[in-house]
Ligand binder design. Structure first.
Ligand code: ANZ
Ligand code: ZN
Length: 904
């Protein structure tokens, strides 16, 4: 047997692919297909998760390319980020050198794996030519009011010494932080309003009040939510996670008139103010016994101006002296008039009310809400029940709130109404307006770190915040200085500039952008990577977008995948794009496990992608499971895949030793059909990303080819057609093997440039055909066993009489309730068979709903005929295939798709 050694051929093929530029795609491609794997963070080594991600992407890209598409599959580097800074600090180097060396190593590893990237489009986010466009886009967003600079109570990681976005604050996990991606899938599923840990280092997050830069993603909350309904090509799980994160809430704004402000302050000449609260439980409005404001609420700040107690409390909360979400609060002494009952309610400032949720104010209903109840228990407001269980069952009030819907009580004219009906009716009342709020909050993008894109703003005492003029972009990072804080703060030369407006002394913004900004539009840069007048070419984007298939890990369900949807819309509104959704089809790959745990370097159970050979590894990763499934790495299965590669190779390599014959034989028909069937099946599996099924189809087909060859001399044309198809089945997953096999088959050109094999005769019903042969073989096996015939001499396979197929279709296609037996008997071809027909029809009618489709009479006989050699081969007997006739004693036993069998 001739051995295949991919380590020995891979460099050759890489060289040829490269020399011929086979993966480079023209900008103006006729049939553009954009297949993209999430570009890697530049950690330095490729881990198994990467390889799985890119093996999936590459297999599909190569398959589409065989199908004739012009496939763009680019690769680049998500090169900014804190880990590089930490590594540089620890190793006494600088983040740039560190990152560049990581990139070189990872690029080489990717090339070894044989992925077909268009390297002419490589991009690196830490290149000034790239991040310049982050700055340019920031400025366009700024002009469109999509940027806000505001003081905020923010999440601060004391260990990373930076602010974190909400989505980067997680609930602590048991396992501890791992590498970048391992940490990211801890599941930032809920908004972390209070206690939480840093997604990267799991240090408990603190709250700080800082001036920060935000992208106002909330402007798009409604659209981002609604758009999910149309993303049919995305996994439901990701859509659900996003929907939950955006958190659309239907409810109402209720307006309370707050008095008691008059005369106390000169600045406050407005004696009453309207305060809107947001509620999802308007039905409980009669039970409101207080109003609570968030510490950041305008009115709370106004009161703090003149009330020391309130001022102190607000101060404590913002400086993290008071835990958010607790029951702390302070009475403002103000009163709010209930818009319906006219009652005067106390007004508190309370930490459990969040600044940026709803209106930043709530009506407190202690009887029906947990947080309000807890707050009321610690302060004075009474608990007044206004909803009771419909079935009259008791509640724990006033000790515990009753939070379910029910029937209204103590609610004036609304008594007796169900909660849901009351919510609708109350919307008509003065002071109440229906409202939709979103839990999503604005995207905090500033980071007090070095290794990111400098925010292109200048702070001037005279002019305020002034954008850096476009012609001065990029604002490049100054040389790195090793310091515990933010190196940009230490770069005096860099920091001090002239104000672009007044020419006076001013200072640069020293915050850099969240690196998720870099990855929010990188897929566009690949389309025109060298363009120096704009971030991307708008016309080209119109050709190539949306991305046809995007492959990556589910840990990005919120952050990255929400940000690219936001960016795409913002860019469309800037007139730069004409599409509003970036990705048509999303594939989330599952996790590679080892001993039941996620394989990762931080767990010490990682296997290097090359340990078992690059190509064997990628083929194994694809064959082991559906892309979305987690699966266990087992050495034995890797070995099986290696053997599979060897078998395929030797079938082609040893082809000359196969004996050929001139005249056609029945098994040639069978093989022709099976080639057509397998081409169809494999194509469907590729299209559905079921690479594990591609592998099993390919294995099955290879077995058949070997059997055909061993059965006797082959028909050379048919056999070669089989081998050529086989090669193309496997080439998208094992590209080196594919090229070697193609080459040995004396085929012109390379398999990467070949066409997908064509089907000679349509095989719509290939599933039925295969099943017929399989079940008939099984039946013969059963019979030989039961009757204990060791060496059968003859096997008769007898297909049913033709009228039975007619009867079968009659019943199968009848509507339920039809008198099908009678009407079928009216058909002479059936009716002529008298009692036998009536009896058969009755039997069919009794299981009418369960009748599977079957082949027609002629097709069934042809399929069995062509498969006869398989029976002869397996049982060493003469095989006769024929149609039953009426006087046949086997006729009674033969039904459509269930031939009668007689063995001697
Ligand atoms: C009155 C009420 C009565 C509420 C009741 C609930 C139950 P959920 O509950 O998560 O769907 N809310 C509104 N704005 C808030 C803010 N800025 N900070 C904290 N809480 C706020 O969210 C909706 C509820 O959250 C709202 O409905 C409001 O309390 C509270 F029996 O209003 B509800
Ligand atoms: Zn100025």
């Amino acid at each position: 047997m001739t051995r295949y050694n991919h380590a020995r051929v891979q460099e050759y093929w890489q060289y040829v692919w490269d020399a011929e530029g086979v993966y480079e795609v023209a900008d103006d491609a006729a049939d553009p297909t954009y297949v993209l794997g999430m570009f890697p963070y530049t950690s330095g080594t490729l881990h198994m998760g990467h390889v799985r991600n890119y093996a999936i992407t590459d297999a599909y890209a190569r398959y589409r390319s065989l199908q004739g598409d012009d496939v763009l599959q680019p690769m680049g580097w998500d090169a900014f980020g804190l880990p590089a800074e930490n590594a540089a600090y620890a190793r006494d180097t600088d983040p740039e050198s560190w990152t560049r060396s990581c990139i070189d190593q990872m690029r080489e590893e990717l090339e070894t794996m044989g992925f077909g990237y268009d390297w002419s489009r490589e991009i690196t986010t830490c290149d000034p030519e790239y991040y310049r466009w982050n700055q340019w886009l920031f400025k366009r967003f700024y002009e469109e009011d999509l940027v806000e600079y505001t003081g905020a109570r923010v999440n601060w990681c004391p260990d990373c010494e930076t602010v974190l976005a909400d989505a980067q604050v997680e609930q602590p996990t048991a396992s501890g932080a791992g590498d970048e991606s391992a940490a990211a899938d801890g599941g930032a599923v809920d908004h972390a309003h209070s206690a939480g840990v840093c997604w990267r280092c799991e240090t408990p997050v603190e709250r700080r009040e800082l001036d920060q830069w935000f992208f106002t993603i909330t402007d798009y909350a409604e659209e981002l939510d609604a758009g999910l309904d149309d993303l049919d090509g995305w996994p439901d799980s990701v859509r659900d996670i996003q929907r939950n994160w955006i958190g659309r809430q239907e409810g109402a704004h209720v307006t309370f008139e707050v008095g008691g402000l008059d005369g106390e302050s000169d600045e406050d000449d407005d004696p009453v103010r309207d305060v809107d609260v947001f509620t999802t439980r308007l039905d409980t409005v009669y039970g409101a016994t207080f109003v609570a404001l968030s510490p950041g609420h305008d009115l709370a700040r106004a009161v703090a101006e003149r009330d020391d107690e309130v001022a102190e409390y607000v101060d404590d909360v913002t400086s993290a002296g008071v835990e958010a979400g607790g029951t702390s609060g302070v009475d403002t002494g103000l009163t709010a008039t209930h818009p319906i009952t006219g009652e005067e309610l106390p007004v508190y400032v309370a930490a459990y009310v969040l600044d940026d949720v709803g209106t930043g104010a709530v009506m407190g209903v202690p009887a029906h809400n947990e947080r309000d109840h807890a707050f009321a228990a610690a302060h004075n407001p009474p608990v007044e029940q206004v909803v009771e269980p419909v079935d009259g069952s008791p509640t724990d009030l006033p000790d515990a709130p009753y939070t379910d819907d029910g029937m209204l009580t103590e609610s004036g004219e609304y008594d007796g109404l169900a909660s849901s009906a009351a919510r609708e009716r109350l919307l008509g009342v003065d002071g109440v307006e229906s409202a939709t709020e979103y839990r999503l909050r604005d995207w905090l993008i500033s980071r007090q770190r070095y290794w990111g894109t400098p925010i292109p703003m200048i702070h001037c005492d005279e002019c305020g915040r002034v954008p850096v003029p476009d012609e001065d972009l990029p604002v490049e990072l100054p040389p790195y200085v090793r310091t515990a804080g933010n190196p940009l703060e230490e770069s005096e030369d860099w920091k001090h500039v002239e104000c672009p407006e007044c020419g006076g002394a001013a200072e640069r913004e020293t915050d850099t952008m969240d690196t998720f900004v870099d990855s929010s539009w990188y897929f566009l840069r690949f389309l025109s990577p060298d363009l120096d007048t704009a971030p991307f070419d708008t016309d080209r984007a119109a050709e190539w977008l949306p991305v046809d298939v995007y492959v990556g890990g589910e840990e990005h369900a919120i952050l990255h995948l929400l940000y690219i949807r936001f960016f795409t819309r913002a860019l469309a509104d800037l007139g730069l794009l004409d599409t509003r959704e970036p990705v048509e089809r999303l594939i989330n790959q599952g996790t590679v496990l080892y001993d039941g745990e996620k394989m990762s370097s931080s767990k010490g159970n990682a296997i290097a992608p090359h340990e078992y050979g690059a190509e064997t590894t990628r083929l194994f990763l694809l064959s082991a499971a559906h892309p979305a499934q987690d699966f266990e790495w087992t050495v034995k299965s890797v070995g099986d895949v290696y053997d599979f590669q060897q078998r395929l190779f030797s079938m082609v390599a040893d082809r000359d030793e196969v004996a050929a014959r001139e005249e056609r034989a029945p098994q040639d028909e069978y093989l022709q059909r099976e080639i057509d069937r397998t081409i169809t099946a494999v194509g469907e599996e590729y299209e559905r990303f079921r690479f594990h099924r591609v592998v099993s189809e390919t294995q099955r087909f290879a077995r058949l080819l070997r059997r055909y060859r061993e059965y006797g001399p082959v028909d050379e044309a048919t056999y070669t057609r089989g081998l050529r198809a086989l090669t193309r089945f496997v080439a998208p997953m094992a590209p080196y093997l594919g090229e070697e096999m193609w080459n040995l088959l004396d085929t012109d050109g390379m398999v990467v440039e070949a066409d997908w094999p064509s089907v000679e005769e349509s095989v719509e019903d290939y599933g039925l055909e295969r099943r017929l042969v399989e079940t008939t073989l099984d039946d013969v096996r059963d019979i030989t066993e039961v009757v204990d015939i060791e060496d059968p001499e003859t096997i008769e396979i007898v297909a049913a009489e033709e009228w039975k197929y007619r009867a079968y279709e009659h019943v199968r296609q009848a509507d339920p309730g039809d008198a099908v037996v009678g009407s079928a008997l009216d058909d002479e071809a059936i009716g002529d068979h008298g009692d036998r027909a009536a009896e058969y029809l009755g039997e069919l009618a009794s299981r009418a709903g369960a009748l599977e489709p079957v082949l027609d009479a002629e097709r069934e006989l042809a399929v069995l005929d062509a498969a006869a050699w398989l029976f002869a081969d397996e049982f060493g007997a003469d095989v006769e295939v024929r149609r039953a006739s009426a006087d046949d004693d086997l006729a009674e036993k033969a039904d459509p798709s269930k031939p009668a069998i007689h063995i001697d």
